[in-house]
Design a protein around this ligand. Structure first.
Ligand SMILES: [Zn+2]
Length: 249
């Protein structure tokens, strides 16, 4: 089935019209989908961080328990040495036990100092932990608000969008592969997604540059696919829009 150029142009314009409607719907969502994604990243990052701090805190608590156990052992030893000292036979034995008691006494001091340091670390880390928790709650709150906002906007327009996407799929069937590639490339080249535009006030309605009269008349002939010399968009004449509308009615 060989298409005339005019049919090709009509098909392209039809597809562009549908896509423009889809773009408008997506615009109503604005930055929301990106904001939601960013907040989701923030929440996940904070949760990982909080988990890490929690593990660190547990390790610090364990270290304190270990030190406390060491102190207990040393104190028990000291007590044992005290009893032994009461039963010594000479000064040399007494001094040797004294030496052992001194060592255990020093061990207790070292552990007590270490426990103070660990407690200091725990206090600092707990502060960081609580700050991160507060931040997490805030982010989760923000995320909830944005998600609801997005869900509301999406549910209002979702049906319409799906219908349009189906229509676009149907319209695409009328466009051959080579043209479709060109169309898609043009669409992605421009922020406003316009690949097919009309002549408007003697100008390209994509880039607003003037179109020479001869070129305009060539476009109206619909015998060739003509692109704008300035922006490269595919040009159709003004009545193409009217024709399409009349057909729709
Ligand atoms: Zn142009």
């Amino acid at each position: 089935m060989e298409q005339t150029v005019e049919q090709k142009l009509e098909a392209l314009y039809e597809l562009q019209t549908i896509h423009t409607k889809v773009d408008k719907i997506r615009q109503t969502r604005g930055e929301l989908p990106m904001e939601v994604a960013d907040l989701e990243d923030d929440v996940a990052g904070l949760e990982t961080r909080i988990q890490k701090i929690k593990t660190d805190l547990d390790d610090l608590e364990d270290a304190i328990v270990n030190r406390k156990n060491t102190i207990k052992e040393s104190l028990a030893l000291i007590k044992k040495y005290e009893t032994q000292q009461n039963n010594v036979k000479n000064n040399r034995e007494f001094d040797a036990i004294s030496k052992e008691m001194e060592i255990q006494g020093l061990e207790v001091q070292v552990c007590e100092k270490k426990i103070k340091e660990l407690q200091f670390d725990i206090n600092n880390k707990t502060e960081v932990y609580e700050k991160a928790l507060t931040e997490l709650e805030e982010r989760k709150g923000d995320l909830e608000v944005k998600r609801t906002e997005l869900a509301n906007i999406t549910s209002e327009t979702e049906k319409e969008e799906l219908v349009l996407i189906k229509e676009a799929e149907k319209a695409e069937l009328k466009i051959d592969a080579r043209l479709k590639i060109a169309y898609n490339r043009l669409r992605s080249n421009f922020k406003n997604g316009l690949a097919v535009v009309t002549i408007s006030r003697d100008s390209c309605s994509g880039c607003f540059n003037q179109i020479p009269p001869q070129r305009q008349s060539d476009i109206r002939q619909r015998k060739k696919i003509i692109v704008c010399e300035h922006c490269g968009r595919i040009l159709v004449d003004e009545t193409m829009a009217e024709d399409a509308q009349n057909e729709a009615v």
